[in-house]
Ligand binder design. Structure first.
Ligand SMILES: Nc1ncnc2c1ncn2[C@@H]1O[C@H](COP(=O)(O)OP(=O)(O)O)[C@@H](O)[C@H]1O
Ligand SMILES: [Mg+2]
Length: 279
């Protein structure tokens, strides 16, 4: 297996008095092709760790490796090309007058020849299912569509790693679903490594692994089912409680015994159905 991202003992502190360490001996590895969700309370260092992966900040101590290459000042620009970022606010990510111009922007910056640029834009828009919107104005799209266009802009640059920093947090449930489904598809097609920083349990549920970051270090890690079984502690871990867990907690309060393991909404409905029909 190839390691896509390796952070080893990162320490970082923003300038200013009384600043605590934003990263405090942070270490983790992400394998190529993995989808890892990073969760944690606000201010725990999630965005700072993304910035370290992308070389936007230089750690005071520790190492960042991208595909086994140590990130240095010299190779920063080259390595950064392998890492695409999508941010929280869909409205702050547009520069083009039309959707296709917008997706082309990053390619133009890289001096990609016109014919190839057109091919890549067409391909990227197809991947996020926004082909029909190529000539539209980005401002007029829904939140979910805007984030899909932002993702197309990243995909067109053909990175190997994509980092979504709370990219679904400003979207309504429909927009979130659209974006998560889009990520799932392009991840398979383009064999991407995905890092999604999120508070959304459905988004985290799609990951192969969840890392919980607290006070600038990894506090817990495991498969989503394992992390979700922490029940109400999840709120402290920076996740919204999944609906089946909320329901389980409410049933428990009423003295009804419920399964210990994590259940999806569908499994919870099945369980309710069978246990109710026994009565
Ligand atoms: N640009 C900045 N200048 C000063 N402090 C910052 C800056 N960005 C983040 N911080 C501080 O660093 C810590 C980690 O922040 P961040 O990585 O943004 O957390 P998260 O993304 O988990 O919410 C917080 O205490 C935050 O206040
Ligand atoms: Mg953040």
């Amino acid at each position: 297996m190839t390691t896509a991202v390796e952070l080893a003992h990162l320490v970082y502190q923003y300038a200013g008095e009384d600043q605590e360490r934003a990263l405090n001996d942070l270490s983790f590895q992400i394998e190529e092709g993995e989808w890892v969700a990073i969760v944690g309370p606000n201010g725990s260092g999630k965005s700072t760790s993304a910035k370290a992966i992308n070389g936007l900040i230089a750690p005071l101590r520790g190492e960042v490796k991208i595909f086994d290459t140590l990130l240095t000042e010299e190779n920063l620009w080259e390595l950064r090309r392998q890492v695409g970022m999508v941010f929280q606010n869909p409205d702050n990510q547009f520069v083009g007058a039309t959707v296709e111009d917008d997706v082309a922007f990053g390619l133009e910056n890289q001096g990609i020849p016109r014919a190839e640029m057109v091919a890549r834009v067409t391909d990227a828009l197809a991947k996020v299912r926004m082909t029909d919107f190529a000539k539209r104005e980005p401002a007029r799209l829904s939140g979910g569509q805007k984030q899909r266009v932002a993702i197309a802009g990243v995909v067109a640059l053909r990175p190997k790693i994509i980092i979504l920093d709370e990219a679904t947090s400003m979207l309504d449930p429909k927009g979130r679903k659209e974006v998560i489904e889009t990520i799932r598809q392009i991840k398979e097609e383009a064999q991407l490594t995905v890092i999604s920083i999120t508070h959304d349990i459905d988004e985290a549920a799609h990951a192969n692994r969840v890392l919980v970051i607290k006070d600038g270090a990894v506090a817990l890690e495991g498969k989503p089912e394992k992390i979700f079984s922490y029940g109400e502690e999840l709120i402290e871990l920076g996740l919204d409680l999944p609906f089946p867990e909320k329901l389980k907690a409410a049933l428990k309060k009423r003295g009804i015994s419920v399964p210990q393991e994590y259940l999806t909404t569908e499994r919870m409905a099945e369980w309710l159905w069978t246990s109710l029909s026994k009565k």
